[in-house]
Design a protein around this ligand. Structure first.
Ligand SMILES: *Cc1c(COP(=O)(O)O)cnc(C)c1O
Length: 366
């Protein structure tokens, strides 16, 4: 079986975890500080604040911005449910804007139509490793006086021109087990704003600047030094790993772009895709429906996934929630029925890629 994701912990990471254990500093300490420095440097931003998950990164970002109940956050309906859950956890209301089919990210035109006098935050999701169209979205947010909170959980190091995602507003990254950089569980918030970084650090640690000197009502959002140690060597090697993912993506596209009924993904001009996922669309012209393609591929040793099978607002648990404002998002709804992600990770061999291409072609009769 060629798995859709592989997690390895190399010798260097093991050594660093042992080092952390030997010092006895298990909770947040010097390893977390080192991770924050290294990650800030990778992104090209003044501050990176490590927290316990990507979901918490989003919640903490909205708390740092003092988002209040009744205020609205415009986001993509085609995302992992954490995006929506974080908005609700922060006490805000979610309003959806449709996506574009070429980048799977929020459509600036749809955002413009979703702004109300209650909108406080624009939360684009940089899905699968490709940045949302920040060249249009950033000025749009500016024009309407909106904060930008980027859900960059899947897009560490992705760029628009030479500017990394996570530098357009508060950047929220995940270090969950299957993400491009992983500590099992963990997250980071990035910002160039000294004051917001300071508030995030306070919120993370029960509102304390010094022990028992409480300045705000905070929480425990801390990451442990054991977790941070796992990510430090991954950051050093990250550019090389992204290069491998990029190579795999172009190899797959070369082998698959002529298959009838299959739309391969593209890195859009001016954007740098970090290929967290390689997601194709199985259209009506395909010889077989998407779900059957998935079953065939899985049965034939090609691990694949559906990210995501439905738009997030389309679940019973949100349907009657007045803080989840449904919207007509036909592109997102359609993409959810057609998307299929194939393995693209850095551990694939050329023989794996050949096998993936062969099995997809065979399954779709090409
Ligand atoms: C993984 C993910 C999150 C949540 O991150 P966790 O670290 O799992 O809490 C949020 N948004 C998106 C788009 C994600 O893929």
């Amino acid at each position: 079986m060629i798995p859709i994701s592989v997690v390895t912990v190399d010798d260097e990471a093991q050594q660093l975890v042992i080092e952390a254990m030997r010092t006895g500093r298990l909770a947040q300490g010097p390893m977390v500080a080192r991770l924050e420095r290294d990650f800030a440097e990778l992104i090209g931003v003044r501050h990176a604040v490590a927290v316990s998950s990507g979901t918490i990164a989003l919640v903490a970002a909205m708390q740092a911005l003092h988002i209040r109940p009744g205020q609205e956050v415009i986001t993509s309906p085609f995302t992992f449910v954490a995006t929506l859950n974080a908005i609700l956890e922060a006490g805000a209301t979610a309003r959806f804007a449709d996506i574009r089919a070429d980048d799977f990210c929020i459509d600036p035109n749809a955002v413009a139509g979703a702004v109300t006098d209650r909108t406080a935050v624009l939360m684009p999701v940089h899905l699968y490793g490709q940045p949302a169209d920040m060249t249009s979205l950033a000025p749009l947010a500016e024009r309407h006086g909106l904060h930008i909170v980027e859900d960059a959980a899947q897009s560490h190091g992705a760029r628009i021109g030479d500017r990394a995602v996570g530098t357009f507003g508060l950047g929220c990254f995940s270090l969950y087990g299957t993400k491009n950089i992983s500590t099992g569980e963990g997250g980071l918030v990035t910002t160039d704003d000294d004051e917001l970084a300071d508030r995030l650090r306070l919120l993370r640690n029960q509102g304390m600047r010094e022990r028992y000197m409480y300045e705000v009502a905070g929480h425990n959002y801390r990451l442990t030094d054991l977790q941070a140690a796992l990510a430090i060597p991954q950051i050093a090697r990250y550019p090389e790993q992204v290069a491998r993912r990029r190579h795999h993506a172009s190899y797959l596209s070369m082998g698959l772009s002529d298959v009838p009924g299959l739309v391969v993904p593209h890195e859009l001009p001016g954007r740098t895709h970090v290929w967290h996922q390689y997601t194709v669309l199985v259209t009506e012209e395909a010889s077989m429906p998407r779900d059957q393609v998935v079953a065939e591929l899985n049965a034939n040793g090609v691990g694949c996934g559906i990210y995501y099978p439905r738009i997030v607002s389309d679940y019973a648990c949100y349907r009657d929630d007045p803080r989840v404002i449904p919207a007509d998002t036909p592109v997102a709804a359609k993409v959810a029925t057609q998307c299929l992600s194939l393995p693209v990770h850095q551990h694939l061999l050329e023989s794996d890629l050949d096998r993936i291409i062969e099995m997809v072609r065979k399954t779709l009769g090409a």
